[in-house]
Structures are given as structure tokens and as C-alpha cells.
Write a protein that binds this ligand. Structure first.
Ligand code: FA5
Length: 356
């Protein structure tokens, strides 16, 4: 009897292989599988016939049929996976072809802020003259911001720069000049140093005044440094930044840390010198106060004024960026509105590009 069963199982395997080969898709395969493994199917009929076998053959017969069923289910599973892969390949073939040689989507590249762009340019110009870049803290001490710059407590010159005092007794630096004495202490003479940075003043904002703005301090100390050196460097900076001979005027200026001191103004780029709100209708923009370092300041920095002289300047970087890129109102620079910042028809410099 069991021999007959073995033959029937072999036939069931053959039937399964035939149906698998004939199935063209997953649905047909599923139907074919139930014809073999379903209750009414080939294997179901064999199981149902077990009851007619002699008692001792029933156990081994049931075992053999179940093993065969498992094997047939496996064969169908393998065939199904093969058909599914083929279907996926076909779907992919119907999809638009992917061309890996096509250029990708261009993501617009950001650019640096105009003040940063101008800062980098000035740094490059002065690096060619041997200046190095130094930094100082934005939260300063009274000593470096005022005392060591020849502005003792109660000196009226302190009123020139309205100060944000902090509860810890320090202050937000009102200018980058504190970097002068710090550089003298750290580097000693001779020295050529620039210090760009953010400054803070408690003042009413208007088209050319912000309460937070950028300056770039410059300091050159050596033997025999004169006003001629100072003027040459100031002119070089402006001519290089604007790529032409810039119209400037020099007038006496008072700063306790320089003697003599000057105000170097440039012709307003916004109105061409005719007068506008940006230059307060004067036609000139205060941009580059400067002078010869006061002997007292050299002494505070540990330098002997009988041996060394030097010049210093405090370039208004934010205003320089305004002149270069035609920004009419200083508040536009912090507005985040690009149209407020760059007006291409007024731009005298090259497009601002990110520095690699
Ligand atoms: C000073 O701050 C001096 N420390 C500069 C200096 C350095 C003189 C070394 C001599 C030697 P002043 O307050 O003028 O000076 O500011 C310098 C420049 O910073 C100005 O010419 C102007 O361009 C810019 N500036 C000043 N205040 C503001 C402000 N509120 N908003 C924008 N820019 C300002």
C-alpha cells in the first residue's frame, strides 16, 4: 500500500513542477498551489485516503504526505519569488531611463555677508604689506577700552562713544581700538597688525548709525613711522577696495589715543557727493579715522615712545561695505532682505562670492 502512496506523491511533485512552469504570473501560481495543497487538492485527497489504509501504515503515510506538502509549498515559494523579481525588473524597464551622466540639480550657493566680503578684501590688501590679523574680546574691560587708550575715568572723551555697561563691571567694546594695546603687549615692536570685529554703541539708529557695527583696527609701529606712511596705507586700502582713485578728504580729528588725529572721509558713493540721507546731506562719509599713536598709549603697551612711533586707524567696515555695495541704509545689512542689501546698479565692486 505504501508503495502506491510513494508513486502518488511522485506524481504530485511532477504535477507541481508542471503547474509552476505553466504559471505566467503570481496569481496563476497561487491558484496552481491550491490545486495541490488545498483541502480538495491532490495532497488533500491523499490525506483523506489515509483512513482506508491498514492501521500500521497510517502513521508513516501521514508523515510522508506532510513532508511532500512542505516540499511542494517550498517549490511554489521559490517560483513566486522568481516571478516577483521578474515583474519588478519589467516595471523598472518601463520607467523613464536614468541617465547618470546628466548634471544634477543646481543648488544655489550662498554668499558671504557684504561686511565679511569687504573685511576679507581689506585683510588681503594689508596682508600684502605684512600685517597680521589679531582679535580681541567683544566684552572688554574699562582698562583696554578706555584707560589704556589715554581716556581716564571722567574724561569727557568717554561721551564720544555711548557705552553699554554690563552688570559684571565690564562693557561691550565701543570700538576695536582696545586691540591696539593688547597687540602691543602680546607682540611688542615692531608690529603691523589689524583687528576686525564687532562694536557696540548705545545710540539711536539711523541710515548710517547702528548700535552694532563692524570696525577694522589697524596699527603699525616701527622706528621712523610718519604721517606719510599713514596716508599712503589709507589711500591704498580705499583705492584697492574701489579699484580706482577714491576722492577723500582729511581733516583734523580728536581721539585721545592719537596725536595728531585725523578724520578721513570719502565721497559718498550713494549720491556721488551730491548729498543724501546716508551721508546726512554732506556728500561725505566718515570712514577712516586715524592718527599717530599717542606716546601715552605706547607706554601703556610697554613700548618706548622715544624709540618707536606708529600710526593707527579705525576703519568703519560696515560703512565701507555700504559704500562698496550701494547699501543706502545701514539697517538693511541686518534685515535679511537681500534686495535691501545689494542693488546691482549701484555696486562698484565685483559680485560677492563665497570664499573657499
Ligand atoms: C573710533 O571708534 C576710533 N576708535 C577710531 C580710531 C582708531 C581713531 C585708531 C584713531 C586711531 P569713531 O567713533 O569715529 O572712531 O568710529 C570709527 C568709524 O566707525 C567711523 O568712522 C564709522 O565709519 C564707524 N562707526 C562709528 N559709529 C558707528 C555706528 N554707530 N554705526 C556704524 N558705523 C559706525
Amino acid at each position: 500500500m505504501l508503495e502506491q502512496l510513494s508513486q502518488d506523491i511522485e506524481k504530485a511533485f511532477a504535477e507541481a513542477d508542471e503547474l509552476i512552469a505553466a504559471a505566467g504570473n503570481v496569481d496563476e501560481l497561487r491558484q496552481a498551489e491550491s490545486r495541490l495543497t488545498g483541502k480538495q487538492g491532490t495532497l488533500g485527497a491523499l490525506l483523506a485516503a489515509i483512513g482506508k489504509l491498514p492501521q500500521e501504515d497510517r502513521g508513516p503515510a501521514g508523515k510522508e504526505i506532510n513532508l511532500a506538502k512542505k516540499e511542494i509549498i517550498d517549490r511554489f515559494a521559490t517560483a513566486r519569488a522568481r516571478l516577483e523579481r521578474a515583474a519588478d525588473r519589467q516595471a523598472a524597464a518601463g520607467a523613464p531611463a536614468f541617465d547618470p551622466t546628466l548634471p544634477g540639480n543646481v543648488v544655489p550657493r550662498g554668499s558671504v555677508h557684504p561686511v565679511t566680503a569687504v573685511q576679507w578684501e581689506v585683510e588681503e590688501i594689508l596682508a600684502r604689506l605684512g600685517f597680521i590679523v589679531a582679535t580681541g574680546p567683544e566684552m572688554e574691560t574699562d582698562y583696554y577700552n578706555f584707560e589704556a587708550l589715554n581716556i581716564p575715568a571722567l574724561h569727557p572723551a568717554r561721551d564720544m562713544q555711548d557705552t553699554f555697561w554690563l552688570t559684571n563691571g565690564r562693557l561691550l567694546r565701543t570700538h576695536t581700538s582696545p586691540c591696539q594695546v593688547r597687540a602691543m603687549e602680546r607682540l611688542g615692536p615692531p608690529l603691523r597688525v589689524i583687528a576686525p570685529g564687532r562694536c557696540f554703541r548705545y545710540e539711536t539708529e539711523d541710515a548710517s548709525h547702528a548700535n552694532t557695527f563692524f570696525q577694522l583696527e589697524g596699527l603699525m609701529i616701527d622706528r621712523n613711522i610718519s604721517i606719510a606712511n599713514l596716508i599712503a596705507v589709507m589711500k591704498l586700502i580705499l583705492n584697492e577696495i574701489f579699484r580706482r582713485d577714491v576722492k577723500v578728504r582729511l581733516r583734523p580729528g580728536f581721539f585721545p589715543f592719537v596725536e595728531p588725529g585725523f578724520e578721513l572721509d570719502m565721497s559718498c558713493e550713494i549720491c556721488g557727493g551730491a548729498g543724501c540721507p546716508t551721508c546726512k546731506r554732506s556728500g561725505w562719509i566718515e570712514i577712516l579715522p586715524c592718527g599717530m599713536v599717542h606716546p601715552n598709549v605706547l607706554r601703556f603697551g610697554g613700548i618706548d615712545p622715544r624709540e618707536y612711533t606708529g600710526f593707527a586707524f579705525g576703519l568703519g567696515l560696515t560703512r565701507l561695505a555700504m559704500m562698496k555695495y550701494g547699501v543706502q541704509d545701514i539697517r538693511g545689512l541686518n534685515s535679511g532682505d537681500l534686495r535691501a542689501i545689494i542693488r546691482p546698479e549701484q555696486r562698484t565692486g565685483p559680485a560677492i562670492i563665497a570664499k573657499d
